[in-house]
Ligand binder design. Structure first.
Ligand SMILES: CC(C)(COP(=O)(O)OP(=O)(O)OC[C@H]1O[C@@H](n2cnc3c(N)ncnc32)[C@H](O)[C@@H]1OP(=O)(O)O)[C@@H](O)C(=O)NCCC(=O)NCCS
Length: 192
């Protein structure tokens, strides 16, 4: 698939592929139970984080449905790697994908994750030509839901008890945006 050549720059951020040198910054958030509270995986020990980082270093292309394209997010002002965003290719036939994001809590509350996720919508719609991009989160994950609402994604579903998260039944919210909605939003806000 046609992908923008990284690094991709937004107002404050540089999005680039992960490298093994990212380990310390990666482990800093991947090891935190408050980060993984509403995710399907547990906080990682160093060995698990090394394995996850090695996998994410390889997520640089979308060759087949199910593949993830993952970017390390660097806040240029500090030079720090503050989190990750990505796109998962869901369907070739239906031109669909999903976005996801995980940020280090030390850098929450500044709009950095929103800026990075908005860049993923741009890549998905404008570079990959997708028709529909979804985002899913645990219904208790209000920070994630607020982020998707800030992006202008529509809440399409509240699914009851769809998955077990950390031993409890969890509800799932599904957000979505279509390519024409992205275009309208860009026009309203003035293309940047
Ligand atoms: C989901 C997650 C990335 C959201 O992080 P976040 O810090 O809330 O998101 P942002 O970086 O976009 O910051 C947004 C907040 O900064 C504020 N903000 C400050 N300056 C801002 C700016 N210039 N632009 C936008 N928002 C700004 C916003 O008002 C918002 O605050 P609010 O949530 O109190 O309304 C984060 O909670 C996380 O990593 N969680 C753990 C992993 C996870 O659950 N991922 C989601 C899986 S579905």
């Amino acid at each position: 698939m046609l992908l923008p050549v990284p690094p991709i720059e937004t107002a404050r951020l540089t999005l680039r592929p992960f490298t093994p040198d990212d380990f310390d910054a990666f482990y800093a958030y991947q090891s935190r139970p408050d980060v993984t509270r509403y995710l399907q995986w547990q906080a990682r020990n160093p060995a698990q984080a090394r394995q996850a980082l090695a996998e994410q270093c390889r997520e640089t292309a979308l060759d087949a449905e199910g593949d993830w394209l993952t970017y390390a997010v660097v806040w240029r002002e500090t030079g720090r790697m503050v989190g990750e965003v990505g796109l998962k290719w869901l369907s070739r036939e239906h031109r669909g994908g999903e976005t996801g994001f995980v940020f280090n809590p030390d850098y929450h509350g500044r709009g950095l994750a929103t800026e990075a996720a908005e860049c993923m919508l741009r890549v998905g719609f404008e570079s990959l030509g997708w028709h529909r991009i979804i985002g899913c989160c645990d219904a208790r994950n209000t920070a994630s839901a607020r982020l998707m609402e800030r992006l202008g994604m529509r809440r399409e579903a509240h699914l009851r008890h769809t998955e077990m998260v950390k031993g409890e039944w969890a509800d799932e919210l599904v957000y979505a945006m279509l390519d024409h909605e992205w275009g309208e939003r860009r026009r309203e806000r003035g293309a940047r």
